[in-house]
Design a protein around this ligand. Structure first.
Ligand code: SF4
Length: 134
């Protein structure tokens, strides 16, 4: 349990590391001194994953936005890096009101500095104008 940004003594959480296909089963406990105790990892990346999942969980947001004049009505987009998990719902409501104009190329910045995270939302694929298809 995290209270006021501090881990309380009874904190104990199990999770699967998704950093690589091995899928190690991790356990995170808070010790008497408030320090995290992480077990079950086979490498340092898993240890870091568990720490981040508890203290600062982040996710890459993948979704679609409306596109005007495109070959398809929706453009797949993603954040260029993971953003705080707590911002995902707010980001989705912002993106619901966005409409871009075709053509768009993979990697084009659709929305810079999403929710002041310093991370851009970028196009995940090319999208020609409807008249340019075929
Ligand atoms: S702890 Fe290391 S080996 Fe295990 S799943 Fe995570 S990244 Fe892979």
């Amino acid at each position: 349990m995290i209270k006021d940004g501090q881990l309380t003594k009874e904190f104990n959480r199990k999770m699967t590391c998704i950093t690589c296909p091995t899928g190690c089963q991790l356990e995170v406990r808070s010790g008497a001194d408030g320090e995290l105790e992480i077990t079950g990892f086979q490498c340092r990346r898993g240890q870091e994953y568990a720490r981040n999942e508890v203290l600062n969980p982040r996710r890459v947001l993948t979704t679609t936005v409306k596109i005007k004049g495109g070959a398809l009505p929706l453009l797949p987009v993603r954040t260029a890096a993971a953003i705080p998990k707590g911002l995902l719902a707010k980001a989705m409501s912002v993106l619901a009101n966005i409409e871009v104009e075709a053509p768009v190329h993979t990697g084009d910045v659709i929305l810079a500095d999403l929710l002041d995270t310093g991370i851009d939302l970028i196009a995940s694929r090319d999208m020609d104008r409807a008249s340019q298809v075929g």
